[in-house]
Write a protein that binds this ligand. Structure first.
Ligand code: NAD
Ligand code: ZN
Length: 357
């Protein structure tokens, strides 16, 4: 057995209002003449948060478009523009949901690594550290703040830049920043965390390390979405820590069926990660009976909509594409169903599952 020796985030600050310390945190990382680049989710353009950035000298704010999940072409475009405009930069500060944080990680890496980000989609292909990078979540659930990947859609595949150079140097966990996220979005991203926990805890890769974090994250998600009524500040605190712990749990295990199937959906139809996982998980009674039962309860209690009938009318070729993408996620299937997963999850069985979505 070969154990994973994983790289973690270097510095973590947590607490309501800790965003105010961003300026003093990044100051020692400033290099003469090289700006800090604030990569901010476009949702915050014209909002109060945009006026709270600790800008100095030639620092630059870029509002990133996260209408679609990050593409390698978008990463390359921003990195090339920055290189042309400044030569080098002191750091990249990503502020937003999983999409903005992933963009920040990828752009930091592409400031120093040659070629296109598409060349690095895979495992351990990145050879040079990127520039200093900071992640600041404004939505809780993906665990992108702690993970060693950045999920990108490239010309031929949807795959992360997984490497030891990918994790942030610093994360700023300020639950105040997630206040006011729309109910449906908050639920979908929160459920990403819930699903990470179920898939990790029910997986064959499970060990005590993953279990400890996964159980804690699950408990926090349940507090927020099952046990409490309405939404309050405490929920933002709890969910931010759930996301962190959920991310730590999968760092040493893997996700499972919902993620593997949802990747196919997202590749073909562009369905976003959080909502896609919900659409799939809703139909996974066979694999995660208790989790799915509780999920349906949370959907009802929190009055959110899970879209239905997405794959109605798709062609055989379309189903084939989704099945190929999904079955390509081998570690996810092996974690979910064991070494013999290929005998269990046949193309016919997967097609029947896609037809239910
Ligand atoms: P997101 O980042 O795509 O954002 C969803 C929407 O919420 C956007 O419209 C955004 O503008 C808006 N938004 C963000 N913060 C807000 C706030 N405080 N108030 C109001 N609106 C706000 O959503 P997400 O679910 O956080 O992230 C999904 C992305 O994360 C996908 O691209 C997925 O591939 C990626 N992901 C990465 C990892 C990883 O380990 N790197 C893990 C899971 C998911
Ligand atoms: Zn996920």
């Amino acid at each position: 057995m070969k154990f994973r020796n994983f790289k973690m985030v270097d510095y973590v600050i947590y607490g309501r209002g800790c965003f105010n310390q961003l300026g003093e945190i990044i100051d020692p990382r400033r290099k003469q003449g090289a700006p800090m680049i604030f990569l901010v989710d476009h949702f915050f353009e014209g909002k109060p948060l945009a006026d709270r950035l600790p800008l100095q000298g030639n620092d630059k704010t870029i509002f990133v478009d996260v209408t679609y999940e990050p593409k390698t072409s978008y990463v390359d475009k921003i990195a090339n523009q920055l290189k042309e405009e400044f030569g080098s930069v002191s750091g990249i500060i990503g502020i937003g949901g999983g999409s903005a944080m992933d963009l920040a990680k990828a752009i930091s890496l592409m400031m120093t690594n040659p070629g296109s980000s598409a060349d690095y989609q895979g495992w351990d292909l990145v050879k040079v550290p990127g520039v200093y990078k900071v992640g600041i979540p404004t939505l809780s659930g993906t665990g992108a703040e702690v993970s060693r990947t950045t999920v990108l859609t490239g010309p031929t595949r949807k795959l992360g830049m997984n490497s030891d150079f990918t994790p942030f140097d610093q994360i700023v966990l300020d639950p105040e920043l997630t206040a006011g996220a729309p109910v449906n979005q908050r639920f979908y991203t929160g459920m990403d965390c819930y699903i990470h926990c179920i898939e990790s805890l029910q997986g064959t890769y499970l060990n005590e390390f993953s279990k400890s974090y996964g159980e804690k994250a699950l408990e926090l998600c349940q507090k927020v979405f099952v046990h409490k009524d309405g939404w309050d500040e405490e929920n933002d605190d709890l969910l931010m820590m759930a996301s962190y712990a959920g991310g730590m749990s999968i760092a040493y295990s893997q996700v499972g069926v919902a993620h593997a199937v949802s990747y196919g959906l997202s590749y073909l139809l562009g369905t976003k990660h959080g909502i896609g996982n919900c659409i799939v998980f809703d139909k996974l009674e066979e694999y995660y009976p208790e989790g799915v039962k509780e999920f349906k309860y949370m959907v009802e209690k929190n009055k959110v909509d899970i879209p239905q009938g997405l794959t109605k009318g798709l062609s055989d070729a379309d189903f084939g594409t989704m099945i190929n993408v999904s079955l390509g996620m081998k570690p996810l299937w092996e974690n979910a169903l064991g070494k013999d997963w290929e005998k269990i999850m046949t193309r016919e069985k997967l097609r029947a599952l896609y037809e239910k979505l």
